[in-house]
Write a protein that binds this ligand. Structure first.
Ligand SMILES: NC(=O)c1ccc[n+]([C@@H]2O[C@H](COP(=O)([O-])OP(=O)(O)OC[C@H]3O[C@@H](n4cnc5c(N)ncnc54)[C@H](OP(=O)(O)O)[C@@H]3O)[C@@H](O)[C@H]2O)c1
Length: 406
């Protein structure tokens, strides 16, 4: 069987994870690591040294790969910063390569529409790195929803609190930024670290096998406790799809404790609970209970495997596509339009963690738990530092431009 030839842009941070997952396919005999792009070849990086020793071809820029990689590379993976996604993915497809683009897809709805256009025009594909869309548990849940087992989906809710310290925000020049070098970026818990879980909900809100639910309205609140970042770090969102499914999302990087993402799905015929370790319990109103987990499947490897299968024509489409991620981009743009600004949380409600280099919002774990349990936004809990936001209609949203007056 023909091996699919991958090239990865970068070796540091998440690029190292791409290389690790591609190597699983290499060991299975399905793929080759046909190249990596390392623009600063003076770096002292053990992975870079190892790849050189293994004889992996090193390119000094993406532009060099796009020319010299013709006929040697099939799929380029882009684990690059969020504000580069749109430009780099388009460039790769226009040069004739298929793409695995890391999540979040692109910051604005017009960019996702443009990439869909480029995908159609070039007849290449752009598969997204939303690994949970490739996971056993989310795919099984989707199947049950497509089969109508849960009935019509009334609401899907998720909370996740992942503390992030100073080092997280200092790992690269774009973390914690809303705009970088004039590009819209919108880093933050909803749009980056916990993005998967909003995307999962949107995906599960549609009963069509490949699709995500289309959003009609969004209301969101974006807050910031960290004094040295631009973006939000504590946020909540209420979305409603055109089919009437409500989506509730509660996230923070400033909690006392780590609370892994937890999702509840309520349908007219039953409900389901999904945990971050993929333990899933579906309880149907007729008494049937269905349980499953990760099924021994590593969703990060599946991101690469599915891309290889689409390249070989074994699968018609990527599981996580530009089309079914569009709703996620609309949700994020809608969140910014609704919130209008990122509100700093006053100092008296924020403390420094006693042993870790990070900030904690006073009582936020309990407050978000309460908001989640009552399906309320934080401003509805009567807190002194919150502000109620407007509901925005996003059904026909085609442009998000934060530089333009609202
Ligand atoms: N799926 C997941 O669960 C998950 C987890 C973490 C991150 N991510 C996503 O992965 C992406 C990258 O995140 P990160 O934190 O790893 O970013 P990062 O710290 O900026 O690292 C990105 C890597 O890409 C390289 N790079 C970026 N632009 C390049 C260009 N034009 N040409 C050549 N190399 C380039 C960088 O090279 P240099 O060394 O030269 O800077 C670096 O090696 C983001 O979209 C993020 O959201 C996904």
């Amino acid at each position: 069987m023909r091996k699919v030839r991958f090239a990865v842009v970068g070796v540091r941070n998440f690029a190292a994870q791409h290389i690790k997952r591609i190597k699983v396919l290499v060991n299975e005999g399905l793929a080759d690591l046909a190249g990596v792009v390392v623009r600063n070849q003076q770096i002292e990086d053990p992975l870079f040294e190892q790849l050189k020793q293994e004889g992996v071809r090193i390119y000094s820029s993406l532009d060099e790969l796009l020319v010299a990689g013709q006929g040697l590379v099939d799929i380029i993976t882009l684990p690059t910063s969020i504000h580069t996604h749109s430009e780099l993915a388009a460039k790769c497809m226009k040069a004739g390569f298929n793409v695995v683009l890391e999540k979040p897809p692109v910051p604005t709805v017009q960019q996702v529409d443009e990439l869909i256009r480029v995908e159609q025009e070039t007849k290449r594909f752009c598969s997204l790195g939303f690994q949970f869309i490739h996971s056993n548990s989310i795919r099984q849940l989707k199947n049950l929803i497509v089969q109508g087992k849960l009935g019509s989906i009334i609401e899907i809710s998720c909370k996740g609190y992942w503390p992030r310290d100073k080092q997280y925000y200092q790992r690269n020049p774009w973390a914690g930024r809303v705009i970088k070098d004039g590009y819209v970026l919108l880093d933050g818990p909803m749009h980056n670290a916990l993005a998967h879980f909003l995307n999962n909900m949107l995906y599960l809100s549609s009963s069509q096998p490949q699709d995500s639910g289309k959003l009609k309205t969004v209301r969101a609140e974006l807050y910031r406790a960290n004094p040295y970042i631009q973006s939000d770090d504590t946020s909540c969102l209420l979305g409603e799809t055109v089919d009437g499914t409500k989506i509730y999302f509660y996230v923070t990087h400033c909690s006392q404790n780590r609370v892994d993402p937890y999702m509840e799905i309520v349908g007219t015929k039953g409900k389901a609970i999904w945990k971050f370790n993929e333990t899933t319990i579906v309880q149907l109103d007729d008494g049937e209970e269905i349980k499953f987990g990760n099924g021994g499947i590593d969703p990060w490897v599946e991101v690469m495997r599915v891309a290889a299968q689409v390249h070989l024509g074994e699968l018609e489409k990527p599981y996580s596509s530009l089309e079914n991620s569009r709703s996620f981009v609309v949700a994020i743009n809608g969140a910014y339009l609704s919130s209008e600004k990122i509100r700093p949380i006053p100092e008296e409600y924020v403390s420094e963690h006693p042993t870790e280099s990070r900030f904690v919002v006073k009582d936020i774990d309990n407050l978000l738990d309460q908001a989640f349990a009552q399906r309320k936004l934080l401003s509805e809990l009567d807190l002194p530092w919150t502000a109620s936001t407007r509901e925005v209609d996003v059904e026909d949203l085609t442009v998000f431009n934060p530089f333009q007056e609202i």
